[in-house]
Design a protein around this ligand. Sequence first.
Ligand SMILES: O=C(O)COP(=O)(O)O
Ligand SMILES: [Mg+2]
Length: 223
Amino acid sequence: MHRPKMILIDLDGTLVDSVPDLAFCVDAMLARLGRAPRGEAAVRTWVGNGLERLVRRALIGQLDGEPEESDYRLAHPIFLELYADNACNRSALYPGVREGLDFLKSAGYPLGCITNKAAQFTEPLLKHLGLWNDFGLVVSGDTLPRRKPDPLPLLHAASHFGVAPHDALMIGDSVNDVQAARAAGFGIVCTSYGYNHGQDIRDARPDAVIDSFVELRELIGQD
Ligand SMILES: O=C(O)COP(=O)(O)O
Ligand SMILES: [Mg+2]
């Protein structure tokens, strides 16, 4: 693999298994609305396009489609209130992430975190997990006018670090990350263990798939 000069890393499903907290909040929101829970397995397939989309999917019980707008307007603030108290209670780093980040830092790569999660939740979660100081730049889902799969957050980070897109690598777990990386002209490595709407990420044809961040040492070490 072409050795990058900058690496951008997705949050949910790549660094952090955040679904236990998200599923707790989805089900607590639905309970407050007098509705049945959806459960963690379903929520796992709905994460990756921002929290608004997660709430919409939870209301209709499927990936595609739209709820009644009045239902959404009632549900969304309830979810935000619940997630404000529950973003960091059940979420954990995936095995190998700490070691992988330590390797990337010791190798001198500028690192950015690019997530579709809203900024108000990204910062506390990164701080809680001890990741905040690992990143020279954090771009959340509401930092810029467009988010992944749009290439804007990736191109913004490349310009921030003064790195050409073809020297930049994105690491993510979903087809949004692959599409954003391709549109930006970045390389793309995906984790096999993330969410990706229940589909095998290999179908999106990333440049490589890793089972753990510890594999990055060997992968990026190869020219
Ligand atoms: O959908 C979200 O809220 C966040 O997803 P991401 O960190 O995988 O971009
Ligand atoms: Mg993700």
